[in-house]
Design a protein around this ligand. Structure first.
Ligand code: 3EB
Length: 317
């Protein structure tokens, strides 16, 4: 049987800036652009394009961008944070997101990126990441949690003021996956915060085609619900890759297609400290992930004791 050609309307990610991208992430600072990730780039490509065929309609202003394709759509928002109140900013961002997405032809949220500065500031339940989780949980509807999207939540550079939320939306739901080595985030015990974070470990897209994709959420050095290898970034990165392997194995099992590390189309590695860059690159160089697709960004992991997190897109084959 001849392989089916890649349906151009389905998802493909390239680690570069392209015209006609549904989502054109930039790893270059630009406060005005909702698609410029607010984390300094340490190494690797300075753009990441999510391609999904012809973009029928798109708009970008200071503070919001949207693009509609055939199967997929994108909404990006920047919400001003007033008086350091990240909980209210999160609730506003997610209310706006749902208002834009639910009545549209692409009502399903598959993958969300959240960036805001000083994510670990504040103690205990006052920590800004935990307040963010409370605001997000307050704003979302039942559909959001059934199942929740794959997600990233990372601390951006600078002082509080800008909450950035980027969402990939679709006509049809994704297949959510969990990691058997990790407690689902929505079952985290109380010690991790007053509300459980709303995300799935990964999402499988285009499972009705010959070209499914695995979107791995922010993947860190956590086994069960417990952070591992504190103070050792390289060991944390190896543990994160072990977690990634579980997601890849889940993807292969659920689709019946051969997913592997080498099928990575784009990866982001977030490092709390630029000083860990060389160690991280050394671990990644032996990982089987194509080095040319990896961007290293300086970002704060939402658990303050962790130094590294990764995320990526994988094609079968
Ligand atoms: C963890 O497993 C790491 O709150 O949306 C990863 C991805 C993490 C997304 C989120 C949090 C989120 O707990 C943290």
């Amino acid at each position: 049987m001849d392989p089916q050609p890649l349906s151009p309307a389905r998802l493909r990610v390239v680690p570069e800036t392209r015209d006609q991208a549904l989502i054109a992430f930039q790893f270059r600072p630009d406060e005005a652009s909702p698609l410029s990730v607010g984390c300094a780039r340490l190494a690797g490509p300075d753009g990441e394009s999510w391609l999904a065929g012809a973009v029928g309609e798109s708009a970008e202003t200071r503070g919001a961008a949207l693009a509609h394709g055939e199967h997929y759509a994108m909404v990006a928002l920047v919400v001003d944070e007033v008086h350091g109140d990240i909980e209210t900013a999160a609730a506003q961002a997610y209310e706006r997101l749902l208002v834009a997405v639910r009545p549209s032809e692409h009502p399903y949220l598959l993958r969300i990126w959240n960036y805001f500065p000083a994510i670990n500031r504040g103690e205990g339940d006052q920590e800004r990441y935990r307040r963010f989780c409370v605001g997000r949980a307050r704003a979302v509807d039942g559909m959001f949690n059934d199942p929740p999207p794959a997600a990233t939540a990372i601390g951006a550079d600078g002082e509080p003021g800008r909450l950035q939320v980027v969402a990939l939306c679709s006509r049809t739901p994704a297949v959510a996956i969990e990691n058997p080595r990790q407690t689902p985030a929505w079952q985290y015990p109380r010690e991790h915060g007053p509300v459980s974070p709303g995300f799935s470990r990964g999402a499988l897209l285009d499972t009705d085609t010959d070209t499914p994709r695995l979107l791995a959420s922010g993947t860190a050095s956590i086994v069960g619900h417990v952070s591992q290898h504190l103070g050792d970034c390289a060991a944390q990165l190896r543990e994160s890759l072990a977690n990634l392997d579980e997601l890849i194995a889940q993807a292969a099992e659920k689709t019946g297609k051969p997913f592997q590390r080498a099928g990575c189309e784009a990866m982001r590695v977030y490092l709390r400290s630029e000083a860990d860059l060389a160690a991280a690159q050394a671990v990644m160089s032996g990982s089987g992930i194509p080095p040319a697709c990896i961007t290293y960004l300086r970002g704060d992991i939402c658990r303050r004791e962790l130094d590294v997190e990764l995320e990526g897109v994988f094609a079968a084959g």
